[in-house]
Design a protein around this ligand. Sequence first.
Ligand code: GMT
Length: 376
Amino acid sequence: MKIGIVCYPTFGGSGVVATELGKALAANGHEIHFITYRQPARLDFFSENLYYHEVAVSQYPLFDFLPYESALASKLVDVVRFEKLDLIHVHYAIPHASAAFMAKQILLTTYGINIPVVTTLHGTDITLVGKDKSFSPVVTFSINQSDGVTAVSQNLKDETLRYFDISRDIKVITNFIDLDRFSNRDRSHFKKAIAPGNERILVHTSNFRKVKNTEDVIRIFKKVHDVIPSKLLMVGDGPERRNAEELSRELDVCMDVRFLGKQDAVEEILSVSDLFLMPSSSESFGLAALEAMACRVPVVSSNTGGLPELNENGVTGFLSNVGDVDDMAKNAIYILEDADRLEKFKEAALNHAKKFQLSNIMPLYEQYYREVIDQT
Ligand code: GMT
């Protein structure tokens, strides 16, 4: 198949999923065209089946806000016509689904081409941004107008149906993990450098947005640190980083917390870690937690959104109510205080992650594309 993929080209979860899916489909013989405003972060190599089309938006003195959606729709028209695409797959509804709808209408009315559009809902496009009144009519309309819609968890599907007036079916295709990349590697030299006294290593990776509750990560760590010699690695960057840094100083744990900023080789850091913390207030799936589990790292998380579908309570880690720092700290200590118990949780985390491996999930997308193409 010739597939156009539209996504955010950043390190955000939806962009990562879109890029990894495109790479895997290309490796499986499909021709993949990424259409976005910048080369996707993880698309940094050459493959004969991968193409990249940049959406450039011209500056004009009248524009206070650049009309990206129109530029994207125009680019989609161009790429579908000249690369003869079979299907467009957009990741993150806003503004990609409505741009795809516009492109579809132009292609149909002007060129007689009926291009199928699949929209994948990722989370904040529904739970935070999409619900906002300034977007919801467009989100509802463009979901209903898509030829196929997928959601990355059952919970996200349920939320979408609860908050929007959706008349079409939504298929759940969960996020996935590439176990060739995310696996536990022996990095004992790195571990020794970080935890010279053989302390336990806790880790958090995110984009440090409010929804990630990064200050709760520090609060949980403080309670763990009071009873177990430990270190905390904070990976990523974003608006809440400064507050988390300040709190780690206030709580007097800053000497054992390292803010590492954005990192490409997250799997290296996860490989030396003992426990992943994800106290988010909203999380449709929790890809970062799956990456940790694939590297044999159990997860202490909140029970919001799709997290209970990923983190098996008492098996791969524990779930607590959002904001219940005491419970999360208690669970973290329970896992970390006993070496045999920790080993059991690590093994269970990896075993569960295997269910989400790329080779299980990619065929579901291929099959869905075929169904949508046949029905359009
Ligand atoms: O919140 C993020 O980390 C970014 C955001 C995105 O759309 O780029 O992530 C959402 O999509 C990811 C991939 O499907 C999910 O794993 C995340 O759970 C989801 N984030 C939220 O729901 C807050």
